[in-house]
Design a protein around this ligand. Sequence first.
Ligand code: SF4
Ligand SMILES: [Zn+2]
Length: 339
Amino acid sequence: MPESVAREVARDRRPPPAAPDSAARYVNLWSEDEAIGAERVRAFVLILRTRGCYWADVKGCSMCGYAKDTLGRSATPAELATQLEHALRAYRGEPYVKIYTSGSFLDDREVDPGSRLALVRAFGGHARRLLFETLPEFATSESLAPLRDAFSGELEVAQGLESTQPDVLRRLINKGSPPSEYFAAAERIRALGIRAKAYLLLKPPYLTEQESIDDVVTSIGEAARRFDAISVNPVHIQNGTVVEWLYRRGRYRPPWLWSLVTVMTEGSRLRGETRLVTFPTAGGLPRGPHNCRKCDRGVLDALEEASLSQRFEPLSALDCGCRADYRALARLEPLGIEA
Ligand code: SF4
Ligand SMILES: [Zn+2]
């Protein structure tokens, strides 16, 4: 990517100055279907408003627009406590809790250590599993052990590994650390008795559909023995990103759901004991992963069911007239021709 494009996109990504009272409000929360082992449960999802990911300021990843939901400065412990207090009013004792920060929960600049403990303790005694995300450099025993000791249930630490291929990660996604650092962090996490989860990205910019399928399937094979769970996240187009810059110029199409079906089917044969899931954001929408619109809902429902049940055979039975267009595209796309 030319430097000038990177600068233009980085300017676009900066959050507007935060309103004076916005630090007291979390970004969003909702409840969704999940599973712990074979048991279907509800999950409580909370997105805190924090300083956001430092890497988004340094360079930023090509598909990530989460900086839009951040403060542009660190939230104080009192502001984080207020966000938590408001969020707890909506908590109904869901057994699975996911806390996101549009960055790294373990980065002290986003959530200070005292607030981390308070957040984890607030859900103790109710939640059986609590998930948060972090970049690998912050996943140390010093940051994790106190949280593990403070939480009565099981912790799960998710990392946006995206791909196990160093070139894809560095050149196409623009991550700051190589896959080996994510693997090393997963080892540290598991050594503390904490679950390790990886997100893999389907269709970073500059890969064809087939190349992106191959990338994720290879990555599932290489990540499976190192992580307890893998979530495949197809790209959806977020504002102020390189992906959006290409999309606006007709040079990027979000992945087909058929690609996701192939990835999950082939990946299920490589996953071993690791849980393999996908819950696409903006599925069926023009800026999210989609097929022909007519079959999108059915395919998305089948992918969700496979993720919850860990039964992937039913995906092989899915079909639609648009699958022929998709196959033609897969053959022509390497030549730069749109089907
Ligand atoms: S994808 Fe993750 S590491 Fe990359 S800029 Fe976004 S929050 Fe930061
Ligand atoms: Zn279709």
